[in-house]
Design a protein around this ligand. Sequence first.
Ligand code: BG6
Length: 496
Amino acid sequence: MKTDLLIVGGDGDLALRKLYPSLYYLELNNCMPENTRIIGMARTGQTREEFHSKINIWLKSKIKEELYSEEKWLSFADKIWFGQGDATDPEALERVKSEFFENDNHLVIYLAVPPMIFGNVCSSINRCGLNRPTTRLVIEKPLGDSRESFLAINNELSRTFSEEQIFRIDHYLGKESVQNLLALRFANDMFEPLWNSRYIDHIQITVTESVGVGNRWAFYDQTGATRDMVQNHLLQVLCLVAMEPPASLNAESVRAEKLKVLNALRLIPHEEVESLTVRGQYGSGYVDDEDVPGYREEKSDKYKVDPNSQTETFVAIKAEIENWRWSGVPVYLRTGKRMHKRHSEIVIQFKQSRHQIFEENHSEHKANQLIIQLQPDAGIALRLMHKVPGLDAGIPVEDGVLNFSFDEKEQKVTYDAYSRLFFDVLRNDPTLFVSAAEVEAAWKWVDQIFAGWKATGMPVEEYQSGGLGPDGADELLGRDDRKWLNEDFELWCALD
Ligand code: BG6
């Protein structure tokens, strides 16, 4: 069946920076269905040619030079049309409909506009009859800033669309390395017997970025790292690590298992919030060979920085999953901006047997670790003990790392996370999209943390830009006699 794509907010920032480049990648990989038309709808009038040239400029600035092909661009541009009008106005949408959608093609509508107008756009879609049973709606975060505001947004959408029609994007689920988690866990039977509290001591999930908040200060100051990263990306990754094997890879099974994990997260009581969470904010420092200002000293003519802002740009949380498999296995989450580098990984720290036979020579005897590297390089590393070569008395042991890389350097990557998600929505496969119940459960857990911070007045702790975050993050694990794995640099240099 032919499927058309209508992008509401079609010449906005999100569309130009992210959506068209990702759609171009589909064209580049011959994955764009033959007869698909992409209609960008925006208020500002422009000809189709002007619209193409705007998209082309952004495309060239966003993708690697070697991935640009004039031939592919022309075939891509051939699919792109412009529809003028304000999508909250049913008459404008009616005009766009009569120009492009008086057919029985399936329709995917992408709302690249702020959530506060979702409701009006949806009723306009409804009034002009564009909500057919096969119509799909794509939206992405921010979907509220609390459970309550999420439910309000969702109610607006559900007046027009059923849950099956709504595709909620979390771009982390579009990442190859995140999907690899499913492959690693469920296509390799050897892990399943070990994947529980009997053998695993704890789990670490780290997502660090070297960038600051840049031009997004005003938005970010209302949001902070917990809402921006933990509520969605980190919790989705946690779900894939911790969920039970789904009965199949269909959306219903996968989402049901993820939801059980979110619902099993222990709500952090106010009186424990100071011992189980850390809030940080970056000060000045040195990152990527540059001196950078602190969060409260960021400069821009676009916004006014609050010199007393208490917004967290770093957060670390000790999460606990209260179920049979994970009881007693903490999951430490951390994410922050302006850290030493862009780096994301999951560490599965195995337990160590109390009975040691390498007693005398094993000063370095360490428990096994499985390190799942998400980005920028993707791969897995298994830390194993082995004998130190040589004639030293006894069997001295040391640790070594078995590396397996699914690195972008080796396999030229010609698409991104959004391309994958576009591909799926065009094929009507919702597996890698997030259900309303998941978003709601994630907000419930995060809301409780915010309530705790409010009740205790817990301040942010400053950390130096270019480092590993605030000292409090080390103390969080230190209290449990554990340490973050911060070896990414040495470990992944060894791969080069
Ligand atoms: C976005 C956040 O969702 O994810 C940004 O709003 C963050 O603040 C980005 O920088 C990180 O995504 P990635 O794919 O670069 O890890």
